[in-house]
Ligand binder design. Sequence first.
Ligand SMILES: Nc1ncnc2c1ncn2[C@@H]1O[C@H](COP(=O)(O)OP(=O)(O)OP(=O)(O)O)[C@@H](O)[C@H]1O
Length: 270
Amino acid sequence: MIEFEHVSKTYDDGSEAVGDFSAAIPSHKTVVFVGSSGSGKTTLLRMVNRMVTPSTGRILIDGEDVRNTHPVQLRRSIGYVLQQGGLMPHRTVLDNVATVPVLQGTPKREARTEATALLERVGLDPTLGKRYPSQLSGGQQQRVGVARALAANPNILLMDEPFGAVDPIVRRELQRELIRIQAELGKTIVFVTHDIDEAFLLGDEVVVMRDRGRIAQRGTPAEIMAAPADDFVREFIGADRAERQLSTVERGGKRIAVDAQGRAVGVINP
Ligand SMILES: Nc1ncnc2c1ncn2[C@@H]1O[C@H](COP(=O)(O)OP(=O)(O)OP(=O)(O)O)[C@@H](O)[C@H]1O
């Protein structure tokens, strides 16, 4: 479990990114922080692996204050996936994935064998391991980013808009892949996004944030959709509701559900 206890953050230039935030993230669940740009999501995420030091308050992982663990050790023990992958450009894909285990003392050969298995786990052809990151598509790079984050077998995965820079179709594939991987591995995932659909798709629980990390509502997707706490949440989740409204059309003798753009979202059984 990850606990945020009354954390706040005011950066050196005086900007107050987080006011007073408390939340517990249960183990083996995916909790999504969703909010507009600048609401403090990234700042909160980075407090967990000590890339940001809270101005006040503390973060506990399984009851232990993160300040008691050396930052380098802590970061190696927590998977971190960023929007742009953050891969090392001059190392092969395989070495990108194997680096942290090698630093932690796994023999190189073993680390590479495990890295190959991880590439498969995230849906990549292992022969891509010989390439360099620039020789992969954006979606493939993000998969490598996930494989790398999993390489040290962390209990915790921090994911900061990991699928934000890829096109909607690839994004969908990556989301499905993450759901599949999470069903197998059961990590404790904190996932940051500004996309409410992504939040509802991936989150066991969703934390809707206003400015400065203020929680507007926390709950399961169903709870939030069924009973938005206030106008802010209603507007946030409903902003594109019209787009999500479904209708049915007849195609090839079948009833198909389509969204407002006419995209097929499913076949309706008679
Ligand atoms: N290193 C920094 N120095 C000064 N101010 C910062 C720093 N990092 C973030 N901020 C400010 O803190 C606030 C919260 O930023 P943060 O990146 O945590 O929000 P966010 O919700 O993740 O936004 P986004 O979705 O745009 O990444 C913003 O006003 C931002 O400008």
